[in-house]
Ligand binder design. Structure first.
Ligand SMILES: NC(=O)c1ccc[n+]([C@@H]2O[C@H](COP(=O)([O-])OP(=O)(O)OC[C@H]3O[C@@H](n4cnc5c(N)ncnc54)[C@H](OP(=O)(O)O)[C@@H]3O)[C@@H](O)[C@H]2O)c1
Length: 267
């Protein structure tokens, strides 16, 4: 199965991320239809993607594509499924990007439609550096699974994962950039204040962030050894506060998405 056409239900941020990533990789599907009730969202897509994308407030054109991507928030996902249900082709694959709503619930809202997948993309997909875990329903065969992976692969890594892990990925890899971006931007700005050119400050900050993740996670040193490599830690007195924010806000977000309580020791 080669995916020639993709329909999006929801034309907001994640849709722009996927479309932008495909365009950058020069692999935009031939037919793309986006349904969004918001004229501003539709106008933005039309401006950004021109004739490569057709937009509508009507879900019907998007529902008839080879792959129908659900790019709406969890509270309206089931209503969105209801809106595509009458138009789905029997050979379509429905791919949800929303956390929280399991494929079992999606199948119920679609009257038992079995060809389902879920993925949790992240924003670096826009530049081909995404981390986009995907889970497949039992009603999808090898050919259709490969077609979904082929669609996601130009955007970055797309490991197949158990469906029950997707909410963890939503908090770690999908929302993760928001924990880091503001800090990296602040460090870049300080670099400029300290006299670096904007280009030099960007290069130093970006390389530092990539290298720091590399050395922490590549396994050549223990975590304690890595942490001991730099003796001066100007933010040391603030670390407990920052960790406190992680340990309160992120487990709460995970519990909300996963619909389950974490054991007290991990919170
Ligand atoms: N952004 C990311 O990086 C990211 C990453 C992974 C997963 N996701 C998931 O992707 C989903 C969408 O997120 P987003 O970031 O794209 O949100 P968003 O920017 O708010 O876009 C959602 C769009 O869906 C529209 N919409 C609402 N009801 C609709 C309906 N019945 N049919 C069609 N469109 C409808 C919204 O219009 P209104 O504004 O008028 O309501 C809005 O334009 C969420 O489930 C999110 O968790 C997002």
């Amino acid at each position: 199965m080669t995916t020639k056409s993709v329909g999006f239900i929801g034309g907001g941020r994640v849709t722009r991320i996927l479309l932008g990533g495909w365009r950058r990789a020069d692999c935009l599907p031939r037919d793309i239809a986006v349904c969004d009730p918001d004229p501003v969202a539709r106008g933005r897509l039309e401006q950004d993607f021109g004739t490569a994308v057709t937009t509508s407030a009507d879900p019907v054109p998007a529902s008839r594509m080879d792959v129908v991507v659900l790019a709406v928030h969890p509270p309206i996902l089931e209503a969105a499924l209801g809106s595509i249900r009458p138009e789905l082709r029997s050979d379509t694959v429905v791919l949800s990007l929303a956390p929280k709503v399991a494929m079992s619930r999606m199948a119920s809202a679609l009257g038992g439609f079995p060809r389902l997948a879920r993925a949790i993309p992240n924003a670096p997909s826009l530049v081909g550096a995404g981390y986009n875990p995907v889970a497949f329903g039992s009603g999808l065969g090898e050919v259709e699974r490969r077609a979904v992976v082929d669609l996601l692969a130009p955007l970055g890594d797309c490991p197949e994962v158990p469906e029950e892990d997707l909410e963890a990925y939503a908090v770690v890899s999908a929302m993760g950039p928001t924990y880091l971006w503001f800090q990296l931007a602040a460090l870049r700005d300080l670099g400029v204040d300290f006299g670096l050119s904007p280009e030099a400050a960007v290069r130093a900050t970006a390389r530092m962030a990539r290298g720091s993740a590399g050395i922490l996670f590549d396994g050549s040193l223990s975590e304690a050894e890595v942490m001991d490599l730099v003796p001066v830690r100007p933010l040391a007195v603030h670390e407990e506060g920052i960790l406190g924010a992680y340990r309160s806000a992120l487990p709460a977000m995970y519990e909300k998405l996963a619909g389950k309580q974490l054991a007290a020791a991990t919170a």
